[in-house]
Design a protein around this ligand. Structure first.
Ligand code: HEM
Length: 209
């Protein structure tokens, strides 16, 4: 009888978690191979732009995938999905940090006056930077010790993921010069994910009342 849960736990630890980790790390490896000039992994005519855009896109993709975990787990009843939420969120932050580093080092050559001017005067950069600042405390408090120490405040703090993801999709929308279809798809996906949460909160409050 007790063998079944032990096996699922082992399967999760030894197979599924490393697999999710490898999948999340794959875009980074692909970009790193391209940056080191490995044949078949070219970064195209503008490598800095390619690196900047790919890391930004992966950060956003993983942020939305992280937000999918709760609705998927509730709708399917497969609560084991929660075990991967932290890893997905941390990978989203990792790609956001790569995106920021590429912007600071390769795009702006660490010219601080130009960077400060950019953050203050280009609204889409202000949005991206504000979103990153919101994601920072979430990553710093993602350890088991911090979850225990912060208790209820941890849940409240981690609600920052909602405004952060709104700012990020807005940042994406604003930096597009012509065809806004792609950011609009992301905005629609985010609206669905946040809408589901609002709906669930309302129905729960109503049934409690
Ligand atoms: C930390 C501060 C940030 C800065 C300074 C920044 C800067 C930039 C820049 C310069 C671009 C390219 C704009 C262009 O080529 O005209 C960009 C695009 C983008 N950024 Fe950010 N960003 C920041 C934060 C973020 C965060 C936190 C995310 C996601 C979690 C993100 C996601 C994106 C996406 C999805 C794009 C568009 C990529 C594409 O078009 O394929 N950014 N950002």
């Amino acid at each position: 009888m007790w063998l079944k849960p032990v096996n699922t736990l082992l399967l999760r630890r030894r197979l599924i978690k490393p697999l999710v980790f490898a999948l999340c790390g794959m875009p980074f490896i692909q970009l790193a191979l391209g940056a080191f000039g490995v044949q078949g992994f070219s970064l195209g005519a503008n490598p800095v732009e390619m690196l900047l855009h790919s890391c930004g896109k992966w950060a956003l993709n993983l942020l939305l995938i992280t937000l999918c975990v709760t609705p998927l787990a509730h709708i399917s009843g497969w609560r084991a999905l929660f075990a991967y939420r932290r890893m997905l969120g941390l990978f989203a932050f990792f790609y956001a940090c790569m995106h920021l580093t590429i912007y600071l080092v390769l795009d702006q050559s660490m010219l601080w006056s130009a960077i400060i001017e950019d953050v203050l005067e280009r609204p889409y950069i202000t949005l991206g930077f504000s979103a990153w600042l919101m994601l920072l405390p979430l990553a710093l408090t993602s350890t088991k010790g911090m979850i225990r120490r912060l208790g209820q405040r941890w849940t409240q703090l981690h609600r920052l993921i909602y405004p952060a993801s709104i700012l990020v999709t807005w940042h994406f929308y604003w930096q597009v010069k012509q065809d806004v279809r792609e950011p609009l798809y992301y905005i629609a996906a985010l609206a669905l994910l946040l809408g589901w949460r609002l709906y669930r909160q309302r129905t729960r409050a109503r049934s409690r009342a």
